[in-house]
Design a protein around this ligand. Structure first.
Ligand code: XIL
Length: 627
């Protein structure tokens, strides 16, 4: 055992040295942007040099084949775990998280699923029941190591002329699109913490792209728990263009909070896509000079597509290469599609990807390349009308805002000349164009007054008057929007109809610039009497932490009480639940509204009330910072 470990360590060092690579591998180079993953086969995890390479370069692993339906359940009820376990155990040993791949696919699935015990065609109900059982069994088994799953693979057709957007697979013919819906539901039930993906290829082709987007968004509107879209990225040196990739990212990221590039390879011939029947066709027949040219084209293509991925690091969480080295490529080694060659040595291409500098680019990319400033403290704020700010701004509120107190616009504010995602001195309004004074105004003022001059404080406020906590729950926002009253629609629209996602994306961006120190919540009025409120807050808080890669201990939650009005507040009953929040959320702290004056509606604070409440949020936060 010890000898093995020693050999492994030596091999690791040798591999690194022969890599010429470097003190830092790909995963390290991209740690502030996204994970870098790799698809592995059995040989990769049993060879010491390859193991070392994986550990040095990658921080996400996908089993290339071993977790697929055919391999894990070749016959009904007969589960074979050998291959899947050996990859999972390798990852467990080395602390690498896995992308589970894949639960339901028309390829590599046991044909038994289509036939009943009497040899008759299986009914829809039987197929769905088998899908549910398969998913439950495998997801539960790898819960500890798989942080996400490709739940359904390749269900949209490649035929641009087809009337029906779905691939006419046997699964579809028997179940219609219910096999997709049921699969996601079963996966959520088996592991509520795993991120669930729909995964497909040719995902940048406009027709297929729009069909994927349409399918996912309408299913989400029906409450199907889809967290992300997997873009397989089986590309070639000519296709797609950077513009097509960018358009796909923009389209998908408006619908789901997570995008993963799941199976990237860029082959040097004209073939592309992920269709198993055609993918190995074609070949490379090039002379020395031509080959040189192809490789240069490949480097340019990788660089230009990676530039797009880096620019969208706020929505992309993971980029996985499909296979470790060219020797393993499912396309055949002659397509030379990967950063490591047939002997697992890094190519020039590898260095280009790893050492890419964001040169001329502006925006997210450039900022992401800078180190987050430890003296820039950032607070995420969300809630309903009292967070939005319901009191009219008074002269004193407009004056004396320190330049050390900043706000990131969470929606465009044309009147103030503010653009979403940019920082400005935090003169009110902090929420949107026409909102008023919020508790966050005096929270920020008090923070900068109390902290050393070297510290800047930034706030990001996303709030919608009248909204329930459900507005911030990724699984229910689409259904919620359908029911939302007319007057709420413009506010939702300002956040592209998904306020959670807006907050989360901006938080990810902010994380590359400063340190997120806390979350301020003022919400509850609309959930008065909802016994599950605390649990729902917990769900939102934990999801947000997870999505921004932070922990509860790093980022406390400060929740303010609603208007008391000496016991006559319209929603005062809610304070009992708010006060009890720390029992459900260990790192929650309650901000008292005692003595905070209110307006005539007994629902909203007045300006003086917001000022006092805001200072109290700051006092609590300052105490926490001192700890
Ligand atoms: C491929 C594997 O790489 C091959 O070894 C296997 O023979 C067929 O499947 N889309 C997917 C992957 O989602 O699972 C496929 O993997 C490639 C296309």
């Amino acid at each position: 055992m010890r000898r093995n470990q020693l050999l492994l360590a030596i091999a690791a060092i040798m591999a690194m040295a022969s890599n010429s690579a470097s003190a830092q591998g790909l995963a390290e180079a991209y740690k502030d942007m996204f994970r870098i993953g790799v698809a592995l086969n059995q040989r990769n995890v049993s060879d010491a040099q390859q193991q070392a390479l994986v550990c040095a370069e990658f921080n996400s692993v996908t089993a290339e084949n071993d977790m697929k339906p055919q391999l894990t359940q070749p016959r009904e009820g007969v589960f074979t775990w050998g291959g899947a376990d050996s990859i999972a155990n390798f990852c467990r040993q080395h602390g690498i998280k896995m992308r589970g791949h894949c639960l339901v696919w028309h390829n590599q699935i046991g044909q038994w699923i289509y036939t009943d015990s009497l040899g008759q065609p299986a009914t829809k109900e039987l197929v769905l029941q088998r899908i549910r059982r398969h998913i439950k069994t495998i997801v539960e088994r790898y819960k500890d190591v798989c942080y996400c799953w490709d739940v359904v693979n390749e269900a949209i057709t490649d035929d641009v002329n087809a009337e029906c957007p779905y691939r006419q697979s046997r699964l579809y013919q028997i179940c219609g699109d219910d096999f997709i819906r049921e699969a996601f539901r079963a996966a959520r039930e088996a592991d509520p913490d795993a991120l669930l993906f729909y995964n497909d290829y040719n995902e940048c082709d406009p027709v297929k792209r729009d069909r994927i987007a349409q399918m996912v968004s309408s299913m989400k509107a029906d409450g199907v728990p889809i967290d992300g879209i997997g873009m397989q990225a089986h590309y070639n040196i000519h296709y797609p263009s950077a513009d097509l990739l960018e358009a796909a990212i923009e389209k998908y990221s408006a619908i789901v909070p997570h995008l993963h590039v799941t199976e990237m390879d860029i082959r040097i011939d004209h073939n592309r896509g992920g269709d198993l029947l055609t993918v190995q066709q074609g070949g490379v027949d090039a002379t020395g000079g031509e080959m040189q040219q192809l490789l240069q084209q490949q480097e340019r293509q990788y660089a230009s597509l990676f530039e797009v991925l880096r620019r969208h690091a706020d929505v992309i969480d993971c980029v996985t290469f499909w296979n470790l080295g060219d020797r393993d490529s499912w396309l055949g080694a002659d397509k030379l599609p990967l950063p490591f060659d047939v002997n697992y040595r890094p190519k020039h291409l590898y260095t280009i990807i790893r050492d890419m500098q964001s040169t001329e680019q502006v925006g997210v990319d450039q900022r992401a390349a800078e180190r987050p400033d430890p003296n820039f403290h950032i607070y995420l704020c969300f809630g309903q009308s009292n967070m939005e700010g319901a009191a009219r701004l008074e002269a004193e509120d407009m004056e004396g805002v320190s330049e050390r107190f900043l706000m990131m616009a969470a929606a465009d504010m044309p009147q103030q000349g503010r653009k979403t995602g940019q920082w400005y001195t935090a003169a009110p309004p902090l929420c949107r164009e026409h909102t008023g004074l919020t508790p966050v105004d005096y929270f920020g003022r008090t923070m900068v007054e109390s902290l050393p001059d070297s510290i800047r404080v930034g706030v990001i406020v996303v709030a919608i008057g009248g909204c329930h906590i459900e507005t911030y729950m990724t699984d229910s926002i689409d259904a919620y929007r359908q029911r939302a009253p007319q007057w709420m629609l413009p506010a939702l629209e300002a956040y592209a109809n998904n306020p959670y996602m807006r907050l989360m994306h901006l938080a990810r961006l902010a994380r590359t610039q400063g340190q997120i120190k806390g979350i301020l919540l003022h919400q509850g009025e609309s959930n008065t009497g909802d016994a599950a409120w605390a649990q729902k807050v917990k769900t939102v808080y934990e999801r947000l932490l997870k999505d921004i890669y932070m922990t509860a201990d790093e980022v406390p939650l400060l929740a303010g009480e609603v208007v008391r009005a000496n016991g006559e507040g319209v929603c005062v009953a809610m304070n009992r639940q708010i006060d009890a929040l720390p029992r459900t959320v260990r790192t929650a702290h309650v901000i008292s509204s005692e003595g905070c004056t209110n307006g005539p509606d007994r629902l909203h604070f007045d300006a003086a009330g917001y000022r006092l409440l805001g200072r109290r949020y700051a006092e609590t936060m300052l105490q926490l910072l001192r700890r």
